[in-house]
Design a protein around this ligand. Sequence first.
Ligand code: FAD
Length: 444
Amino acid sequence: MTKQKFFANPGIDEMPRTTDVIIIGGGPAGTAALWAIERLAPGTKTVLIEKSDRLGAGSSLASLENYRTCWPALCLAKQMERSVEVFHNADEYLGEGAAHSIAVKERGYLFCAFNESQAAVLKSDVQRLHQIGLTHIEYLDSNEVAHRFGWVGDRVIAAKYDPVAGWLDSNALIYRYAGSANSSKILLGIQDVRIDVENGYVIGVTTPNGHIAAPKVVIAAGAGSRQIGRTAGIELPVILRPRQSFTTGWRHQAFPEDAPMIIGAAPYPHVRPEARDGAIFGWEYTWHNKNVDAAYGTNSKHDAIIDPIYPAAPLKDPRFPSIALALLARQFGHAEGEGFASGNYLRGISHSIGYYVYRDESVAYSTGTDGIERPYDSERAIIDACPDVPGLYISIAHVGHGIMSSPAGGEILASKVLGLPLPDPVFREFGLDVPWAEFDEGVL
Ligand SMILES: Cc1cc2nc3c(=O)[nH]c(=O)nc-3n(C[C@H](O)[C@H](O)[C@H](O)COP(=O)(O)OP(=O)(O)OC[C@H]3O[C@@H](n4cnc5c(N)ncnc54)[C@H](O)[C@@H]3O)c2cc1C
């Protein structure tokens, strides 16, 4: 008889009383942690607690589900290399049939340059990537762009191309992680989980459905992580920025179904084919929403917020789809009614929003020769033990790549929880005590 794994709003009798590890949050980070703990120490009893009635109810719902290998910071490059290995061998790592269900489409990423100075930046990016061993990343000159991707048009004079990139079904990935953790119980619909700490040590969690004793608890709740941390008496050092995407049911004819993800120049509007005839778009712009400041008072210090606003829908910028399309049309030189400037794109749009979770300035800064600490927007997640509360672990701040990095992210977290060496020493840079890493800055 197969053991029941999923429990939706379990009654007190169904609640596990004790377990080895509790993971709070059922997104890519939390479910990958379940999977990796089972792989590294089979039989470890785990309980995952998710507040929603389904897994993957956070930022992954709004995501473009992309992955890429071209990361200039070594820790991120290694994290993606390992993660892509898992995606490429999904049946082996995630169980039979996983490759079919996660449906990897390896179509590449094409970063486009429209003038000489942008081309020079892409060229130097590629040099850096080659230096750290990513020799599959190519710099394409105008002839090569025209030869391989002529449909992008003659405004594109050069490109950086990552052929080991693409997209996948993130929901299927999350459920595959969960399904392959044989010793886990997954509790859905659990609101208001609180971490219990006694004499400074984690002893479990309390939920409205009952208490679960455990010596180790992992916070992997995306934008909700800071609030859970407070129940253990700590402030987790993260900030949130709302990010949007939109899907169209239409794509202009010249933009083929087998196209790579294309990324324009600053401010980097990006788009890829979606389903058969559609497309999915993103664009990350400096976010400072005065309405939010006035209504919620959470936005005075950063161009970011501290506590999430749920649902995030009121934060959607209604101009976002039309501005992203206009930017792409301008950069690619499409006249009114043509290409990205076609009015057909604006019919039947599905507009989404989620949070990017970043390190805050207390854990992401460089120190100059003058001794002054300068905060920066780090791309590095925090995957670590919390030194102030023994037994508490975090896998948070996965910014805009928490799906693509989740396999290796899960393994890093699992090695911390299980007291094993890190899979690669460079993963130490995901620690709370490493404020800066080389080339760790916004790359889109
Ligand atoms: C517009 C947009 C585009 C993106 N594009 C990409 C992309 O192309 N590729 C990529 O890799 N990443 C992308 N991302 C980023 C990616 O979605 C996130 O990095 C990733 O989802 C983070 O995973 P997570 O598990 O840390 O958090 P989440 O995905 O937010 O999951 C957190 C989970 O915890 C649950 N939770 C929250 N609070 C509690 C609580 N109190 N108790 C119990 N459960 C709780 C939530 O319901 C949710 O299920 C994008 C994000 C956005 C917003």
